[in-house]
Ligand binder design. Sequence first.
Ligand SMILES: [Zn+2]
Length: 457
Amino acid sequence: MERSRYTMFINRLAVVFLCAAAAGAQAQQKPKTLKPGWNFFSVDQDIQLGKEAAAEVEAKSALVRDPELNAYINRIASKLTSTPEAGKFPYSFKVVYDKSINAFALPGGPAFVHTGLIQAADNEAQIAGVMAHEISHVALRHGTSQVMKAQGIQIIAGLGASMLGGGMLGQLAQVGAGLGANSLLLKFSRGAESDADLLGTRIMAKAGYDPIEMARFFEKLQAGESGKGGSVAQFFSDHPSPGNRVKAVTEEVRLLQSSSGDKGDVAQLKRVQQTIGAMPAPAKANANVRGGAGPEAARPSAQMQRYQSRGLTFSYPANWQVFQSKQSSEVTVASREGIVDVNGNAEIAYGAIIGQVSRRGTFDQDTQAYLNQVMQQNRGVKPSGQQPARVQVSGMSALVNLFYNNSPYPNQREVVGVVTFDNPQALLFMVFIAPETEYSQVQRIFDQMIQSVQIAR
Ligand SMILES: [Zn+2]
């Protein structure tokens, strides 16, 4: 639970995933009808959202330019996407130099295959199987449907009529429903998984591949998962196994009455795997922190704007955004780049959190209780050893306490400034987070934010 204090409420969505019932492999007489569920997003919006998210992925991934490798993946892709089951989405497949075994598709069709996945495959049909499974998530519109299920009516309330004007990812982030390509858009329920397996089976069969290889590959990866220490962890975190995949696919093949298909070109896969094996690691390897540019990209502007809600007013940098959760009274202000995705958790690496806790005792007692809570919930947080500073803000006493922690940015320490305000109705707090290397220059802006606080009484 380290750092949980700084994670946004998006983590709570994990509960939704845990509750997703495991889809049992019940015997059926006819192939299941598979079609996208009800979805507030239009197909055009799926495509727009996928485009924006793909731009983010490409900006921070090492794409492989090797013509033979791209031709290989595109040959498989065109077989699969020309099946009627794939639907009319603008699919594109790109290869990312990354040793972890993963592949993912964004709403509307942009898809990415890691070199690690190609290396792990026994035959072409296994690669095609993962691709067919990803295509099925796109065709069944699971990405946006997942956002719908997790956020429901909040999305409808939060997204304005200007949605089609672009910047949908940003708008989704503002309602807390997705921070870039990595969050909700790629995390599926077990029910969605088994549907993607079924549709993937049909796509494989139509394209002439043996569908059983898809299920075999997933089961092989899963069996190796425990020993391998995380090289497939992201894939199974995004695609939780529905269980009994080989059995379910075998049953589907029987229902489809399709012939088994083949395993693809053996010699070409060998060549492609040798090419990958000989590739030098890219100069800028993919950062483990998905969704994060460096701290420079997250710096606050000197220009300020006003926040005003529920009697609370303060100024914050004009290039930062307010992220407000409906489930919590806390507000986060940060730039999109200041919130980084660490192992699936959105963590604030550069920004501020503002909120209130109820009063129990004196100002100093309540401040201490709050600081204890922060330290308990974030085991990495250590007091700086500096005496707290006492300041006056619009007639209120305020205390500034400094802490250190490990930054979500790689190899960095961060400064955490906790400011409490002696407001009699509720203890107001502002938590400022910045990498230590940034702190001296950002301090002035944080001071301005503190001094701008006003509470209506
Ligand atoms: Zn999946």
